[in-house]
Write a protein that binds this ligand. Structure first.
Ligand code: HEM
Length: 168
């Protein structure tokens, strides 16, 4: 029995499920809700990001997925493998690594900007100025784009991981 392989697979798959599921929930439901609420989302975002530290959840589970995946890949193949099985795992892994880097670098930073603009709107009181609204829309668009790319990369990774062992 290869206990280390079992442990690595459990960490890899469990963390991967939590990562992809959390990302889908965030970008399909939470982010559109934040966008719709505009300045009224400020309290919710402060609670989610600064107090409950949602970004730490994503950094932790995505990093565990990637680390366990890279170790599993190395143990399976001992280097780059170009068989259909190895290529599927490698390319799926690459898509996930790009999502890991982009997601952890860009998403918290963009959410921070959105939260700051919402706070500015609240502090100014009354209807938000055209300039603040334009800034908020630009940041919302950016978040939407990052989320779409992130989800597409993660779906590519899941499809590749799920089918790799049957590709020979
Ligand atoms: C979104 C991120 C990821 C998810 C959801 C995910 C999911 C999975 C799942 C469900 C399996 C089991 C497949 C099977 O037994 O048929 C698997 C296996 C594997 N994954 Fe990933 N994975 C992800 C990212 C990565 C990354 C970044 C790498 C690094 C190259 C990687 C490398 C591997 C390897 C080598 C295996 C085969 C493990 C073995 O049984 O020896 N994965 N992955």
């Amino acid at each position: 029995m290869d206990a280390l392989a079992i442990a690595l697979r459990i960490v890899h798959i469990l963390a991967g499920v939590l990562w992809v599921g959390g990302t889908a929930l965030f970008f399909l439901y939470i982010e559109p809700t934040i966008n719709k609420l505009g300045p009224d989302a400020e309290k919710f975002m402060d609670e989610l990001i600064n107090r409950r530290k949602a970004p730490i959840y994503f950094v932790t589970i995505s990093t565990l997925t990637v680390l366990a995946g890279v170790v599993l890949y190395w143990r399976d193949f001992g280097g780059i493998n170009t068989s259909p099985h190895g290529l599927a795992l490698g390319l799926g892994g690459l898509a996930a690594i790009i999502a890991w880097l982009g997601g952890n670098l860009l998403i918290p930073q963009t959410l921070g900007k959105l939260s700051a603009i919402a706070a500015e709107m609240k502090a100014a009181g009354g209807p938000p100025s055209g300039e603040l609204m334009a800034r908020m829309h630009a940041v919302q668009e950016r978040l939407r784009l990052i989320g779409t790319i992130d989800l597409v990369l993660l779906v590519i990774a899941v499809v590749a991981m799920a089918s790799a062992r049957y590709l020979g």
